[in-house]
Design a protein around this ligand. Structure first.
Ligand code: TRP
Length: 330
């Protein structure tokens, strides 16, 4: 028995890393067992910041799909598709925009923040579309009458807005067409970057989710350890060691042993990180194999996206028929 319908999406930004996996995708893979899940590649959303140079957009979209498939999202069990393939997202976005007060969008906290941040990266996002980012997200979610939306806490203001728009729509047209979706927050595991700062492609401190076993080993070698420790016989302090934080997430069973040996100066950082690398390679081995099955197979990926779009459209069309009737379109 399904516990309800889930909708979520990610932007194909070409930056997917191990931290994103732990923060969100790992959770999606678990949710697919208990819920009816719809997952979209938010390629239209990506255009809000990539419109001036969309040259990577298609490749990024395929790569995001590869990330999802290799993590174990099952295209048979879930609806997996590209947002731009289902035109109803755009149609509903436009209709919702007619009845959304401008002030609701202007006061979304991520709006001014991002405007400033992306502005600093030289991107002009002073556009109509960027203001409508959470409006499009609302359309994504309510088009499928989703009950739950698994997202990070940063997306909470967007969900709040989506619920406000649902209430307004249902009230204006005196019909309970749309559903107020609830956030589904998981206790996000936060993986630091290899230098201990937040893992982010712009800091150059990530472990890419697509890394091969050898690439993983190379990246792990670069993880920062206790800076006070010069010789491997020095006593270490795991509390300030970034590698130790990785062990806690990927190598729980050995944590007590490693902590003890590190404090006693019985294991060097190189050996300690080798153990970590092997655990990571092992944990990602299955994913690496799945990735190889689909990598370069655009035919298989197109088929998955097309199958997903067919299923998504069937639901979306039904909702849009109700919407058109409610607002008296001819
Ligand atoms: N804005 C989301 C993010 O950057 C991606 C997204 C687009 C989304 N549409 C959505 C998430 C609908 C949840 C539901 O993470």
């Amino acid at each position: 028995m399904s516990k309800g319908r889930i909708f979520s999406a990610m932007q194909p930004s070409g930056k997917f890393h191990l931290g994103n996996y732990l923060g969100a995708l790992e959770n999606w893979v678990k949710l697919q067992k208990d819920y009816d899940c719809i997952f979209a590649i938010a390629d239209l959303h990506a255009l809000t910041s990539a419109y001036a140079d969309p040259s990577q957009l298609k490749e990024n979209s395929y790569n995001l799909l590869l990330d999802w498939l290799s993590a174990g999202l099952d295209p048979e069990k879930n609806i997996i598709f590209a947002q731009s393939h289902v035109k109803e997202h755009s149609e509903l976005h436009l209709i919702l925009s007619m009845m959304t007060p401008l002030s609701w969008l202007e006061r979304v906290p991520t709006y001014k923040d991002k405007l400033q941040n992306l502005g600093e990266q030289g991107k002009d996002i002073n556009t109509y579309g960027f203001l409508g980012y959470p409006e499009l997200m609302t359309a994504d979610i309510i088009l499928y009458k989703a009950d739950f939306v698994p997202v990070g806490e940063d997306q909470n203001p967007h969900l709040e807005l989506a619920r406000e728009i649902v209430r307004r729509f249902n009230m204006l047209y005196k019909k309970e067409i749309f559903v107020e979706a609830q956030g589904l927050m998981s206790r996000a595991k936060v993986l630091p970057g290899i230098d201990g700062r937040k893992m982010s492609k712009s800091y150059g401190n990530t472990i890419p989710f697509a890394a091969t076993p050898d690439e993983i080993r190379e990246r792990v070698k670069l993880i920062v350890t206790d800076p006070q420790r010069i010789r491997k016989t020095d006593k270490g302090n795991p509390d300030v060691c970034v590698a130790f934080r990785f062990h806690k997430l990927f190598n729980e069973a050995e944590v007590p042993d490693i902590e003890c040996r590190c404090r006693a100066g019985e294991i060097g950082c190189v050996a300690c990180k080798k153990r970590l690398a092997e655990k990571l390679v092992e944990a990602m081995g299955q994913m690496h194999a799945l990735r190889q099955k689909y990598e370069g197979r655009y035919d298989l990926m197109d088929e998955i996206l097309e199958q997903g779009a067919v299923k998504a459209r069937a639901i979306a069309r039904q909702t849009m028929a109700e919407v058109r009737e409610a607002i008296n379109l001819i």
